[in-house]
Design a protein around this ligand. Sequence first.
Ligand code: GAL
Length: 343
Amino acid sequence: MKKVLSLLLAVVMMFSLVACGGGEEAGSDVTTYKVGVAIYQFDDNFMTNYRNELVSYFETKNTDTVKYEVTLVDGKNDMATQTDQIRNFITQGMDLIICNLVQTSSADAIIDEVVAAEIPLVLINREPLAYDADGVPVKEGYEGILNNPTVCYVGSDARQSGTYQGEIVLALDNKGDVDGDGVVRYVMVVGDPENIDAQFRTEYSIKALKDAGVEVECLVEQIGNWATDQGQTITANAITAHGDKIDVVFCNNDGMALGAYAAIEAAGLKVGEDLYLLGVDALPEAIDLMKAGNMTGTVLNDHIAQSHAAVDAAVDVLAGGEMQNYYWANYAKVDKAYVDANY
Ligand code: GAL
């Protein structure tokens, strides 16, 4: 009898050692959820702040009875790599996947695989959109998300960030026309062509100026892949080619604006006197430039609100709740007054 009992005990102990994904471990009251987080590229200023906040906010959700085990992977800006990583997450039995897509055109393929594996999916930062016959995004919602109750997107409406950039320029006494010749001549440093944030920021910043009746001329529009070094090269070349004709340098993000500033400084030009410089994200480095008068404005891309919304949605759905299809965070216009009041 004693032998049988100890055998039984051994079996019970064995079970208690087996971590069951999303399940309660036998013999303990702790439920561990395995969460796989796929980031398009670790080497991205904004997404670095975002993913750090995502991880720390998940930690605040751990309790005595529920634990979140977060695994982060770097897609290295390569869709094939990211697809493999998502497949690994599925094989590893993740309870939930958070994905910052490398390419939004692959959204359907990723959604299909994750949904087929019955794993809830939270897409972040890169919004997949449906397009109509004219190539115009259908803003009401993306079919791949709307058709699946366990898939959601967390992000911000990039049109707002572009409009805010334009409005910051419009609020200047000369409305961006530094040399007063009646035309605002600009350089546009673009994130990446496939990305809706880049498309909308490029379009809506200029639309705001045009809608206000300002005449504009594009001197240079070039892709900088969100990267500081590319922002620097593009701006340096633009200054060489167009010199003091440039009134405004618009960058789709602060990462590239930091590079643009380095080029402006190296050319001996002064922001606010010779030209204006705009970014998006409100990175701490950009706020520092603004405080020193070396950047005209930026737009707060709220990685805190976005990462928290993503984690909250994940925690809810893992606890048996329902997901909305879309969670939106607002941008904020960061001009001089905003910096004085908030930083
Ligand atoms: C944007 C952000 C950029 C870059 C990009 C990556 O929202 O402004 O800095 O991180 O996302 O998709």
